[in-house]
Design a binder for this molecule. Structure first.
Ligand code: NPG
Length: 373
């Protein structure tokens, strides 16, 4: 069977509430979906998690579209539905950087390949669970009011989330954490700084040790592994890395140097689910817990993340929240929290499809591309 065409769908979905982090405020998700259409008319889907501006990482949606069209698809000449996903990854590997663009193309083709084999992504990756524990990431309130933060967290705790993650930045650090810990003395709690602190902030961040946190995520800039080593010597709370983790090699460096003891795996950031599994396997060998990060995915990306999060090394709840935490209307059938967990899709491939009318309603741009023969 041939791969008939690749369709890029750019969509814009309003968020149910603004999401403020140390690098900016998102009010809507503007992203590109990759659809791989087989000659039998079936489709595989991949969500490109790049944001519309380079605030979290250097990638952004327009850039991802450009690199997919001009550099990634031309490398896939002659592939068909029998081409192993590992070969697809390896063919795109000479294009440096742009892991989110590569991951989206790889996932669409992997999804189609699995659908033709009637195998779920969870099964292919080696999942051992049929549901996964879910956490939720709580932004900095745009009001900067601790009362508003407590209200938002109260809703999530009542909804059953199994872990709360608070976004922090200089000036929004110990006080909000103290307030949440004071009100919920036993809820599993962690913080995420998205690179906002400096090496000299060790004593300040050591103040977080009083709040029994699971981890401090990415306190320092992504290229400062040594800074994280120094920080890990000053704080008792485990350091977890997100933005610094781009590959198996950077994971091994971080663990071996002592820059981190816990790893956030985001498939987009590392170039796809195959590499995510390899990072998971390395962390398991090293005894380092991992959890699945989130990029405000629609149901398409969420479905695939749930398959990954069902692997045995994912021992901490991830940022795999229910659809209604993000969107009034998700692109797929909504993911609904049940007792703080989401079910791992069991259908072939990622196990979900966009709802055609919903997709049509949020599509702002669409382009059909042929794969070179
Ligand atoms: O639940 O998907 C989610 C959001 C989790 O906090 C979250 N994501 O830094 O990890 C992050 C942050 C993020 C979101 C980063 C969107 C970039 C874009």
């Amino acid at each position: 069977m041939r791969i008939d065409r690749i369709v890029l769908h750019r969509v814009r979905l309003p968020l149910v509430r603004p999401f403020r982090t140390s690098f900016g405020t998102e009010t809507a998700r503007d992203l590109v979906l990759v659809e791989a259409v087989g000659s039998d008319g079936r489709s595989g889907w991949g969500e490109c998690v790049a944001m519309d501006w380079p605030g979290y990482s250097p990638e952004y949606t327009d850039g991802a579209i450009d690199v997919i069209e001009r550099f990634l698809l031309p490398r896939l000449a002659g592939i068909d539905d029998a081409t192993d996903p590992v070969e697809i990854r390896d063919r795109m590997a000479p294009v440096l950087g742009h892991p989110m663009a590569r991951a989206a193309v790889e996932t669409a083709l992997l999804d189609l390949w699995l659908r033709h084999r009637d195998q779920s992504l969870a099964d292919y990756l080696g999942a051992v669970a049929d549901r996964v524990d879910c956490g939720v990431s709580v932004g900095i309130p745009t009001s900067e009011s601790i009362a508003d933060l407590l209200d938002e967290v109260a809703g999530y705790v009542a909804g059953g989330y199994r872990r709360i993650k608070l976004k922090i930045e200089p000036g929004w650090d110990l006080a909000p954490v103290a307030a949440v810990r004071g009100r919920w003395p036993t809820v599993p709690l962690q913080v995420d700084a998205n690179q906002a602190f400096q090496r000299s902030d060790g004593p300040l961040l050591a103040g977080l040790d009083d709040f029994d946190l699971l981890l401090i995520e990415q306190p320092l800039p992504e290229d400062d592994l040594y800074g994280h080593v120094l920080l890990a010597e000053q704080v008792r709370t485990p350091i977890c890395l997100d933005e610094s983790i781009l590959s198996v090699a950077s994971t091994e460096s971080a663990l071996s140097l002592g820059a981190a003891s816990i790893i956030n795996i985001k498939p987009g950031r590392v170039g796809g689910y195959l590499t995510s599994k390899e990072i998971h396997d390395l962390c398991q060998e090293r005894g380092a817990p991992v959890w699945c990060g989130g990029m405000l995915e629609t149901g398409i990306g969420r479905a695939a993340n749930l398959a990954l999060a069902a692997l045995p090394g994912f021992t901490l709840p991830g940022d795999t929240s229910a659809s209604d935490r993000y969107y009034a209307q998700d692109l797929t059938e909504p993911f609904v929290l049940e007792d703080g967990r989401l079910p791992v899709p069991t259908g072939p491939g990622i196990g979900v499809d966009p709802i055609p009318e919903v997709l049509a309603g949020v599509t702002t741009w669409r382009r059909e591309l042929a794969l070179p023969r």
